[in-house]
Design a protein around this ligand. Sequence first.
Ligand code: GLN
Length: 498
Amino acid sequence: DAHLKSTLFGHPIGLYILFFTEMWERFSYYGMRALLVLYMTTETLGDARGPGLGWTSQEALALYGWYTMLVYVMSIPGGMIADKLLGQKKAVLLGAVILCIGHGVLVFTETWAFYTGLGLVILGVGLLKPNISTMVGGLYPQGDIRRDKGFSIFYIGINTGSLLATLIIGFVVAQWGWHAGFGLAGIAMVLGLVVYLWGQKYLTHVGNLEVQDIKEEEESSYGTLFQNLLISKKQLTVTIALAILSLFGWYSLGWGYGLLFIFLTVIAALMMMIYKELDSQQDKDRFLVLLLSFIMVIIFWGAYEQAGGLMNLYADTKTDRMLLGMQVPTVMFQSLNAGFIIIFAAIVASYWAKRKLKGKEASSIFKMAIGIIIMGFGFLFMVFATMEFEKVGSSSMLWLVMAYLFHTIGELCISPVALSFITKLSPVKYASLMMGVYFAATGLGNKVAGILGESASELGEYAVFLGILVFTIIVGTLFLMLLKPLKRLTHGAEDNEK
Ligand code: GLN
């Protein structure tokens, strides 16, 4: 009907509904996230912003690491629920409602409210984030060249939310205290829910549970997947090997790593089951390419996410932040990334679209490999920064600005591109699950980033930054060398896009 045919700036109106829903969701997520560590480490007495939890920074960072990882890992069950039970559209709705409740609970000052609120946010993001991303893909027919650009526009929404939140929430907390800050996140999420409900008429054709899926249930549900595991000896062997590795990890490195290995085991088993379950060689090959590209995703975010950790500390303690006689607050550096995204997203997307139309190489794997290399180059500036610090005892802000610029351009080559790529390559019946696995991979990257960041206290920043620079460039180059075989395995999923 008419609602579905109308477009704005060449894209379906549904894109803008999802844009604003996700913008408010990310506002609440990044706003709350910005407060989290500060709130946990603030003393229980005598702070103008109200009592904090009085934790040590190590305790706070540990919870923060688990929280940011779990938020994305829950995208796997979130995706499964969409594929098998609700469809993406209802899963997003449920996620949004749970998020409103979760942020609402955080307004209360009791300890139970803190944990309950965090738990609900984890569940809510898990249901909303992967499924809203899959819905963006659903707006475009296969082979539609606008899809990549649609995801870039969507990505601008994400970062507008994050930029607004990080600029505003600090002031709100300074004025009215912590729980007002959490409340603001809650209000943002309510706005997101309102936009989503209002815009339903533009989304009638996407994110629905496929009717034939239910009929096929008998043959291809997750239930039979688990039976497959018992059938194949090869799979069982690999799973047992990984399980043993998990136990080993548990004993030698602590329960945190043990859990991480167990989690990896479960994912590996799940992926093997799905691979076996796919009926055509084309689906199998495409699935394999997706999994391989997730290696790039983990490495990318593992390096990139130094932003909030090591680079943040570097800005705080080793950078000369005087500008026009005033000290630039450390947190301002965290807004650079979102700002750069908003400026460069359209430019980068148009560049790739033009290249593609000219018939030059612009496949997703190519862009992702280039993205990793560009992001890696950003660390060259951090290496220069540490060298300057060694010489004169402080380093220029410009190094950080340049590093964030390269990180952002790299992010634009990999992150919206990967979202789009997943919606092109995933087998339809596992589309949401694969999006969930992607976000879980980014969550894993976050965890890797934390581990790398911690190692700097032993190895020094210079070694860590240089190591990341060299490693990411090698990985990117390797994927460029593998481009041809990998593209062959996609069976032309990106050819003839018009
Ligand atoms: N910054 C992006 C977002 O919030 C990417 C996050 C991710 O992929 N882990 O959507």
